[in-house]
Design a protein around this ligand. Sequence first.
Ligand SMILES: [Zn+2]
Length: 478
Amino acid sequence: MTVTLIRNADWIVAWNEATGRHDYLANADLAFEGDRIVFLGRGYRGTAEREIDGRGRMVLPGFVNIHSHPASEPFNKGLMEERGSLRLGMSSLYEFMLLMRPDDEAKRAAMLFAVGELLKSGVTTFTDYSIARAGWLEDLAGTGIRACVAPSYRSARWFTPNGHRVEYEWNEAAGREAMAAALEMIDAARRHVCGRLFGMLAPAQIDTCTEELLLASIEAAKARNAPVQIHASQSVVEFREMVARHGKTPIEWLSDIGFLYEGAIVAHCIFVDEHSWIRWPMRGDLERMASSKASVAHCPNVFVRRGILLENFGKYRKLGINIGLGTDTFPHNFVEEMRWATVLCKVAASNVEATDLAEVFHAATVGGAKALMRDDIGRLAVGCKADLSLVDLRHPSLQPLYDPLKSFVFSGLERGITDVFVDGRQVVRDGEVTTIDMAAAAEAMNRGQRDALARAPAGDHAHRPTERIFPPTLPIRP
Ligand SMILES: [Zn+2]
């Protein structure tokens, strides 16, 4: 196996096992052999087949994205940014999200494009929470990213007949069948020859899965030592629905049926009992999350576009809740989510010290890794996976350069990232993805969006024309 050496990097964000935090390490070397880091420190004396000049560069641990829908979300660009239902708690889930139904070829292109964006923003591991399709694993393997496949399934689908009431159509047998197929997909991912695929159980949403399906899911997850992730506490409608069904908050119900434990991930855990939009008089949800050691997948961007905030990231963390970040929506720019998470926490708390970038950076790396039950990613240390990115510290967007991570997240975003390695293999070079034809993917995605848009009015409850369902920013002059 060949050794690659990054020599004399200005800064390495290095993992400190003793403190359980990342540190800045100045003027240091990092070497990796095959897929593993073999040296991190000053004065590497071994040999190396490839040497990268680290001067003017920062070495970052690869980011860990624990929640994304790359095969569907890219199609919502230009349509959904300002769309939500005023009569359904501002959510876009029930009235708008179902309208875009691209074909499998377009979905494949969207997934490739989204993974390309993720790699360019320094993500080396991501969770693909999608409906399974043929060729999925091969497509993921070809991108070079490390992927946790989360083939989703459920016992019911939701719909709104009028834009102000949500109904559910149940089919328990179909849910069980889809879960069986998901298990085969997860097992195939774990066996895949590329060695970069693993899997999680993904019962889609708390309000679309029966208790039986959820219990079967955690049993299968525990048998495989795999994580399980569900969307819950993600809308006012869902909160009220769970209260109507069980007399309990969504988190309370998950806790009572035994779904919350170390290894379970709740996306998005926003509408808990103490959320200001809910006015629930009892308390206990955050304590349930903390004591169970379940994790939260926090994806601020998709919610804040509709005025919805998690209240608040810093409070969750202080209570001991593990949090990982995700890109639930487009753009698949993980650094942007980090900036949103930091700033929005301060907005939600009206307190500049409610969190800080160090805490959000922790969530973006080891917090996500912990949620995915991995201790070999999201950190730079000897023995860990060679999943890392290089940032060009001379990039104009980062100047003046006093604190490299602050410059990176608050000013430069992903623009300074030049090179990304996954499993020791280079997948981004000079800012370009080497494994994906981004232009071809964009073309297929555009075609898929146009086709799906043409079908949208037929699926709309009021059969509105496309330009009324998704009004353009400005009127188009005739
Ligand atoms: Zn989601």
